[in-house]
Ligand binder design. Structure first.
Ligand SMILES: NC(=O)c1ccc[n+]([C@@H]2O[C@H](COP(=O)([O-])OP(=O)(O)OC[C@H]3O[C@@H](n4cnc5c(N)ncnc54)[C@H](O)[C@@H]3O)[C@@H](O)[C@H]2O)c1
Length: 454
């Protein structure tokens, strides 16, 4: 907290320097009146050493996207793909070559000597088991968010990471973005004063946005390995809707909070160096998408962050609405005593408080005592709004996140979003669901990563 205060003066100096740059024409984009735009620099690409051979486990929407991104990083090669639906394996061979090794069994992938690292992009209820099995089989793991499906599953992943020494990275890619990095620096420099509040929301209104994905015409117990899919959860007869729209069902998915809030926790914790909240309470309901789903389509979460060595006490408010007529999405806003930041992966918009004058006697007296007496003369004001934007050609947070993962493997260091970080981001998201389902506030010790009994 002290750090934020003491560095505020540095920030004002830095701001003066960047504004001078804009005025001198060193930035190519024109600044709107009373606002400045500052271009964030691209990260250098990873140096190519030996190839890192990767395999994909769970070749659906995100797994394919992750693999495309991972293969953009120099020195990577795809050697195997696993999925429980045959159609995805056919698609993988069509995309990446007829000779690609494909299988329904992730264990066959882990048995291969030529696989260095796996991407785990299955539904959430398989993240823990496959990640642990992979690390124990000697593979590095990039596991999609949320790291685990239930609050009790986290410690075993942390244990496997520390016992095997393998690199483990969770896939909330915003954490590696230029936008998140800039926000972290600005907060440390005191750009918004002392943090006291943060908020984030996701707004959608479309069938696919609300997880009503198309179900392939050939889906059947022959083309889908249903028995493996449900082998770690409730036994049920084959159900294509549950398999392809797994996010709507609690046996496999983690609802709006595990799917979306977790991104905001990851970014927030990275920017503030926070371990997480100590109190979590949720509200919401199923208002519109009454298609048999077991999770709300409107969810609000409130999270109380205790004071820590890294930050003052603050509150976080998150919401997600799948029936949102405004259909706008804002990522994350941090609010402090002197301003606010709107943060995306590519931009940070910083708004500073306007300096106000007042004839209030109490205010005048306090200013006098502080050694800055109020004078009647008008002042020249600095801009109140600055937009920091990534340079054109920036490859984005997803690329940087994979580059960080492969760098950690090459340099034998920890990944930015390792199992401890991943669990601290997943925990409040999972507990938000628990709060909603149990209709009660939940207390959590973010430092020790343990539930506090009432
Ligand atoms: N980081 C992000 O921005 C982001 C975005 C979307 C999804 N995700 C995450 O990625 C994961 C996958 O989501 P999706 O949208 O790609 O879902 P999806 O349904 O499109 O893909 C999941 C795939 O996993 C396969 N699968 C299921 N169980 C398996 C198992 N035991 N072994 C092997 N394959 C199995 C399914 O057949 C399917 O092809 C989820 O955890 C989700 O939260 C992350």
């Amino acid at each position: 907290m002290k750090e934020q205060h003491s560095s505020r003066r540095n920030f004002i100096k830095l701001l003066a320097a960047s504004t001078a740059g804009v005025a001198a024409g060193t930035h190519s984009l024109a600044a709107p009146s009373n606002a400045s735009l500052i271009v964030l620099s691209k990260r250098k690409t990873v140096a190519a050493n030996d190839n890192i051979n990767i395999a994909l486990i769970g070749a659906g929407g995100m797994g394919v996207q992750d693999t495309i991104t991972a293969l953009l990083v120099p020195g990577t090669k795809l050697v195997a793909v696993c999925d429980l639906y045959d159609g995805r394996l056919v698609d993988a061979r069509n995309k990446w070559g007829k000779d690609l090794f494909t299988t329904r069994s992730y264990k066959e992938v882990l048995n291969r000597k030529d696989v260095d690292a796996v991407i785990v992009a299955t539904p959430d209820h398989w993240h823990q088991q496959i990640s642990i099995d992979a690390m124990r089989a000697g593979k590095h793991v990039y596991c999609e968010k949320p790291m685990v499906h239930s609050i009790l599953e986290g410690p075993a992943v942390i244990k496997a990471q520390s016992e095997t020494g393998k690199v483990f990275q969770v896939g909330s890619q915003g954490v590696s973005s230029l936008g998140n990095e800039k926000a972290k620096t600005l907060l440390k420099e005191g750009a918004i004063g002392a943090l006291n509040y943060a908020e984030g929301f996701w707004a959608r209104h479309s069938p696919t946005g609300a997880w009503q994905y198309p179900i392939p015409a050939d889906a059947s117990p022959t083309t889908v390995d249903w028995e493996s899919f449900i082998s770690n959860t409730t036994r049920r007869p084959f159900d294509a809707t549950r398999f392809f729209r797994w996010r709507n069902y609690r046996d496999y998915g983690t609802g709006m909070s595990g799917d979306l809030f977790v991104h905001l926790f990851s970014s927030l914790h990275f920017i503030t160096n926070s371990f997480g909240p100590e109190k979590i309470y949720a509200a919401g309901g199923l208002r519109y998408w009454k298609d048999g789903r077991e999770v709300p389509d409107v969810l609000l979460g409130t999270f109380d962050y205790p004071q820590s060595a890294a930050h003052p006490e603050f509150n976080l408010s998150l919401r997600c609405n799948f029936v949102d007529g405004t259909s706008g999405t804002t990522y994350l806003k941090l609010v402090g005593s002197e301003g606010s930041m709107d943060i995306t992966w590519d931009t940070v918009t910083l708004k500073r408080n306007k300096q106000t004058s007042s004839d209030d006697p109490f205010y005048i007296e306090q200013m006098k005592k502080a050694g800055t007496p109020v004078s009647g003369r008008k002042k020249i004001l600095a801009p109140t709004e600055y937009t920091f934007a990534a340079e054109e050609g920036y490859l984005g947070g997803p690329y940087d996140h994979f580059a960080n993962f492969f760098n950690a493997i090459r340099s034998n260091t920890k990944a930015v979003e390792d199992a401890v970080f991943g669990y601290r981001a997943a925990a409040p998201a999972l507990l938000c669901n628990d709060s909603f389902n149990q209709d009660t506030a939940i207390r959590w010790n973010p430092e020790k990563m343990s539930l506090i009994k009432k």
